[in-house]
Design a protein around this ligand. Structure first.
Ligand code: HEM
Ligand code: HEM
Length: 200
């Protein structure tokens, strides 16, 4: 009985932590999907517009779960955060450094998602320059997870992190110096893939 009451009193704390983990998983998948788009590592199938739709969905959902993560911390009584403490690094003393990585990641995420929603109105070079900050976003969010999270010792989460870092680093190298570099340059020379449009 006591443990049920205790669990209920920490409900928002658990909601926040689970939303943080879901958001991080979605972010890692969005980055991988983005790499599939820019390198065409998967070949001609699946088609570009489908890849882009899934990519946009994963990115948008990750933002949504970060907002739930933050709302949970705001509503929680166990280790509550004020609005200022949620948005300003080092405003709260508790685990200040590890939390700051999350706050910085959140701002980079807003820039990546915001510029993508306005993509049609922005110069392509500018949009892509901001979009490349996704790699920093993934790194900051992963450092945040590994330094702040109560569940960072959990073997399943730890192996998921190690696996995802390995795959992201491999495909980033493939994109930067491997065959994916040639594909990304070819793609950059073509008009951008728009959702629902037939492939050029
Ligand atoms: C949190 C959200 C997002 C993240 C983390 C993310 C991440 C990435 C990454 C890492 C790449 C590969 C970039 C490269 O190496 O050149 C990429 C490519 C791409 N992303 Fe996103 N993205 C997000 C949201 C979006 C949204 C909402 C759109 C909608 C327009 C979008 C459209 C694209 C397109 C078109 C590409 C391919 C760029 C190319 O062909 O070079 N992304 N994304
Ligand atoms: C891209 C943005 C973010 C992502 C992907 C993210 C992800 C995560 C993850 C995966 C955890 C570990 C949960 C656990 O181990 O149970 C976590 C914990 C935490 N995050 Fe974030 N976070 C982000 C932004 C933020 C922001 C803006 C704040 C604002 C203060 C924040 C505060 C915290 C706190 C206090 C914890 C500790 C919870 C615990 O002790 O387990 N995070 N976050």
């Amino acid at each position: 009985m006591f443990s049920v009451v205790l669990a209920a009193s920490k409900l928002w704390w658990y909601v926040s932590r689970s939303a943080g983990i879901v958001s991080w998983v979605l972010l890692a998948l969005a980055v991988l999907w983005g790499l599939a788009l820019s390198t065409r590592a998967l070949g001609k199938r699946p088609a570009g517009p489908w890849l882009l739709d899934v990519h946009r969905f994963l990115g948008g959902l990750s933002v949504l779960f970060v907002l739930v993560h933050m709302l949970g911390l705001f509503l929680d009584d166990y280790e509550p955060f004020s609005l200022g403490e949620l948005l300003v690094p080092y405003a709260k003393d508790w685990k200040a450094g590890p939390v700051a990585w999350g706050i910085v990641a959140f701002y980079v995420m807003l820039a990546v998602e915001g510029t993508s929603l306005l993509k049609a109105h922005l110069p392509k070079r500018f949009w892509h320059g901001v979009h490349l900050a996704s790699y920093a976003l993934y790194a900051f969010a992963t450092i945040h997870l590994l330094t702040v999270g109560t569940d960072r010792q959990n073997p399943l989460l730890r192996w998921s992190v190690i696996g995802s870092i390995g795959v992201v680093v491999f495909f980033t190298a493939y994109r930067a110096i491997g065959p994916g570099r040639a594909a990304s340059i070819r793609v950059a020379g073509k008009p951008s893939v728009k959702s629902g449009e037939p492939k050029p």
